[in-house]
Design a protein around this ligand. Structure first.
Ligand code: ZN
Length: 95
């Protein structure tokens, strides 16, 4: 036990993944780990700077990235629809 330490990772869905590292490995612990529950990337944010982060913007980084991804998908879909509509209009206007 003395020669190992548990590092906790939290994924975007708030699953806890606890990984045991040896004393040598603890010096080079990865910033992210695969969540053992949903297999999404989990980060050490909560363990290392939870207090600081919750004061500044609680859970905002995840929400923001999700919103951005959604908006990008939506924008792409909308632009595809606009393109399809434009093509349709163009064809219907042709003699
Ligand atoms: Zn998870």
């Amino acid at each position: 036990m003395e020669n190992s330490a548990a590092v906790e990772y939290y994924c975007a869905r708030d699953h806890l993944t606890r990984v045991i590292f040896s004393a040598e490995a603890i010096l080079d612990v990865p910033q992210t780990w695969e969540c053992t529950t949903c297999f999404q990337p989990a980060t050490r944010n909560r363990e290392t700077s939870d207090t600081l982060k919750s004061v500044e913007n609680p859970g905002r980084s995840f929400t923001k990235s999700h919103q951005t991804a959604f908006q990008q998908r939506r924008t792409k879909r909308e632009s595809e629809e606009i393109l399809a509509t434009a093509l349709k209009k163009l064809r219907s206007e042709q003699p």
